[in-house]
Design a protein. Structure first.
Length: 412
């Protein structure tokens, strides 16, 4: 217990946790992710990526923004000054420590920063300047999804009028967004299973289910913000929701918050949103959705926003004031996916039964989490249920099968 009576915070989930998913990520997933980029970057970039892979396996944290560091070849406009200050401040906390001893989320965000630096993304003199190393994988996944059997029927169903009389359509759209979150290209072990489950209906895989309350909140909101997660199928599902929400009431506005740079392999950028809308427009399955999304963008009713903070190493309680003010203008913010949940809860080893509303009272407005479980953290799950899940499905925390829809209302 802290001096102010609040509960003491548990430790961060760490790469040092033997046998954990975090350690598995360091030892198996990091080399695979770096290797995938190496296959696309021959020459000097390949050598830098190979050195990064070796460093992550047995080296220590360094400061790429220091003089002579990996960022020294980037122009002054490559990063926002405050962005550099944030990175350097957080890196200083771990400087010289082995990768295998640092907090899990810091290690992941730092890895993707270093990958982009190694492959020349921020360097104007590089042949790969602002070239998303994962763009091909994102497009392949989107194409696979749009050509899948049954997709046309899903989009057709969500294209019907969705006003207050269309509660069922909004429920279907929310669950579609959640199921599509299973397809995360940074975790190859769960992608194929996610593809099989994405079009399956029902709510039996939800461990926390506030879907009905969330739909009620959506219908009462004149502005909804979505903090995006993955491109590909999930972003297509997010755009299907955006079309439904905006088409059902001309007074509504929606903001999509995307990553400023590519990260976590398939996380969505503004470029991904625009490409996805165009691909939907030219597809047989979702042409009307893609066309209407482009119309809403042109009208300004759909706004695209990015911010360096979404790519950074800090957790969401440290959100900068400009971003906090923007989100405060929303009636409801939907935060998609595993990493956003982890950052909302500081990626600590909270008991699974902890209430999310007790951890996120600082958030500037009503918010909801739509997340499939892909890491060893959770909230609002009674002890008896988590114990039963551990027996019935030992991989329940990380295999992407189970999900939660959790609404936190600040207005009662």
């Amino acid at each position: 217990m802290n001096a102010d009576g609040s509960p003491a915070k548990p430790p961060f989930i760490s790469m040092a946790d033997a046998g954990s998913f975090a350690r598995h990520t360091l030892e198996a997933r990091f080399p695979q992710i770096i290797g995938g980029v190496m296959a696309l970057r021959p020459g000097a970039e390949n050598k830098k990526l190979a050195a990064l892979r070796a460093e992550a396996a047995g080296g220590v944290i360094s400061d790429p923004f220091a003089e002579g560091g990996a960022a020294s070849s980037c122009g002054r406009d490559a990063f926002h000054p405050q962005e550099i200050a944030v990175w350097r401040g957080e890196i200083a906390r771990h400087l010289g420590r082995p990768w295998k001893e640092v907090p899990f989320y810091f290690a992941e965000s730092y890895l993707y920063l270093r990958i982009l630096l190694a492959c020349g993304y921020h360097d104007r003199s590089s042949g790969y300047f602002q070239d998303d190393p994962w763009q091909g994988a994102k497009l392949d996944e989107l194409g696979r999804f749009l050509s899948a059997k049954g997709v046309e029927g899903v989009f057709a169903g969500l294209a019907r009028d969705g006003g207050d009389s269309g509660r069922d359509a909004f429920t279907a759209a929310v669950l579609f967004m959640l199921r599509a979150n299973r397809i995360d290209l940074s975790n190859a072990a769960i992608v194929e299973a996610g593809r099989r489950l994405i079009l399956r209906g029902g709510r039996e895989d939800l461990l926390v289910d506030h879907t009905d309350s969330l739909v009620q909140s959506i219908l009462a909101s004149r502005r909804v913000d979505i903090v995006l997660d993955n491109a590909g199928a999930e972003l297509a599902a997010d755009l299907a929701f955006a079309r439904l929400y905006l088409a059902s009431d001309p007074a509504r506005r929606l903001v999509l918050h995307a990553k400023k740079y590519p990260t976590f392999v398939s996380d969505a950028t503004i470029q991904d949103v625009r490409i996805t809308a165009e691909k939907l427009k030219s597809s047989a399955a979702a042409a009307s959705t893609g066309g209407e999304i482009e119309t809403f963008l042109g009208q300004g009713r759909l706004r695209l926003a990015d911010h360096y903070f979404w790519n950074g190493p800090l957790h969401f309680p440290a959100m900068p004031e400009d971003l906090r003010r923007d989100l405060a203008g929303s009636c409801l913010t939907l935060l998609k996916g595993d990493a956003n949940f982890r950052r909302m809860t500081e990626d600590r080893r909270w008991p699974f039964s902890v209430r999310l509303d007790g951890l996120t009272s600082w958030f500037p407005g009503n918010h909801a989490i739509l997340r499939t479980l892909k890491s060893e953290t959770a909230s609002d799950i009674p002890e008896g249920l988590s114990a039963r899940m551990g027996q019935e499905d030992p991989g329940w925390l990380t295999n992407g099968r189970w999900g939660l829809v959790r609404l936190v209302s600040c207005t009662g």
